[in-house]
Design a protein around this ligand. Structure first.
Ligand code: APR
Length: 241
């Protein structure tokens, strides 16, 4: 048997995903190979300080990542997580560190994008939000239509507070199952979500290419690619509703 667990319709199921779930769609993870972009460490272009120092460089980085989205599609791993939401309905929450929007594109409804979205930007002065597809990306520094302030990608950078933390602590404490998929578990606060769920007695399951450092907190760990493992696991977990 590949898994010893099975979901019941009333189980509250919380999933945390990271870059690994989108790797099979063709998006690079952050901490693989050299972890560099145009010779910059990702951390160097993903901070408020980097934006103040060199906003053109930061815009180039995010524009490139935004444009890449039109070339990728959700993969079988995303599709399997959509099936869990179809099974659990309102008892399901997907928390993602990813900014690629692939969970939403795949049809998941209860998605909390805690690190923001590549598809949005906001004015650093008046805070108005603008969809990226309404911005002229030929400009090296796009500005706000309302007040002329500099726009910035709607991304949570290192040192900033993630979105949705207010509701996430309640969701974590009430989880019956907590699944962690495709994340190295080194970036906080998301890296701590597993500890919280475990201490509130959730059943914890991990799916990851490499064994994460905190795998001792997992009741079950499946090593391999999410797109290869999740479809069969989800079929078993949701069997016989
Ligand atoms: N299936 C499952 N896991 C995979 C796959 C795959 N196909 N491919 C890679 N992985 C695993 C890697 O083994 C690694 O442990 O996914 C993990 C990706 O880790 P990171 O690159 O560190 O990505 P993530 O954990 O999402 O990073 C967190 O850091 O850079 C910031 O804000 C950024 O949201 C990001 C955050």
């Amino acid at each position: 048997m590949i898994t010893r667990f099975k979901f019941s319709p009333n189980d509250r199921i919380v999933v945390l995903t990271g870059a690994g779930i989108s790797a099979e769609s063709g998006l690079k993870t952050f901490r693989d190979s050299d972890g560099l972009w145009e010779n910059h460490r990702v951390e160097e272009v993903a901070t408020p300080e980097a934006y103040l120092r060199n906003p053109e460089l930061v815009w180039r980085f995010y524009k490139q990542r935004y444009l890449q989205l039109s070339e990728v599609e959700p993969n079988p791993g995303h599709k399997a997580l959509k099936q869990i939401e179809d099974f659990a309905g309102g008892n399901f929450t997907l928390i993602t560190q990813n900014v690629d929007g692939l969970h939403r594109r795949c049809g998941n409804k209860r998605v909390l994008e805690i690190h923001g979205s590549l598809e949005l930007s906001f004015c650093s002065k008046c805070l108005a939000k603008f969809p990226m597809n309404e911005i002229d990306l030929e400009q090296s520094l796009p500005r706000c239509d309302n007040c002329g302030g500099l726009l910035r990608p709607d991304i949570i950078w290192f040192g900033e507070i993630p979105y949705h933390l207010d509701i996430i602590s309640d969701i974590l404490c009430q989880a019956d199952f907590f699944l962690v998929v495709g994340t190295s578990g080194v970036v906080y606060p998301a890296a701590q979500f597993l500890h919280i769920c475990k201490s509130y007695n959730a059943i914890t399951i991990g799916i990851n290419l490499e064994e994460p450092k905190n795998s001792y907190l997992l009741d079950e760990f499946h090593q391999g690619k999410a797109g290869e493992l999740l479809p069969e696991l989800v079929r078993i977990w949701t069997r016989g509703k």
